[in-house]
Design a protein around this ligand. Sequence first.
Ligand code: AMP
Ligand code: ZN
Length: 134
Amino acid sequence: MDCLFCKISRREISAEIIYEDNDTMAFLDINPRAPGHTVVIPKQHAENILELTAGAVEPLFLTVKKVTAMLKKAFEPDGFTIGINHGKASGQAVDHLHVHIFSRWRDDGGGSVHSVVDNPPKESLEEIALKLKN
Ligand code: AMP
Ligand code: ZN
């Protein structure tokens, strides 16, 4: 597969790999936005969470949990932001699902996940819930 993160998972392109198992890999982001900024990927190529097979979801998030614990031990941050850019509109640049893990400090200048969008709906929550459940 001609995909940057598939190539990293096959070790055809080098990266600072900090964790690997049969299903997943975690490596340092080449352009870190925080100390230890890590991306966790499934080895199975999937562009996003909707394309990932159900069985690959648990191993992926178990690795997110393990790597978060590794970062906590190494950097002792005040918190974390854990997130996925899903689709170009959200900022996804690499078309292979990856979960970003950012260590966070009270004074690091960042915001919460709420700060990535400010587009409140016109419909009521009730209307939206109905639309989703129908
Ligand atoms: P996204 O915008 O969510 O698709 O993020 C892609 C991330 O991959 C960015 O934070 C990049 O800095 C990172 N990235 C791109 N190429 C590499 C690479 N060769 N090794 C490690 N991280 C990379
Ligand atoms: Zn891939």
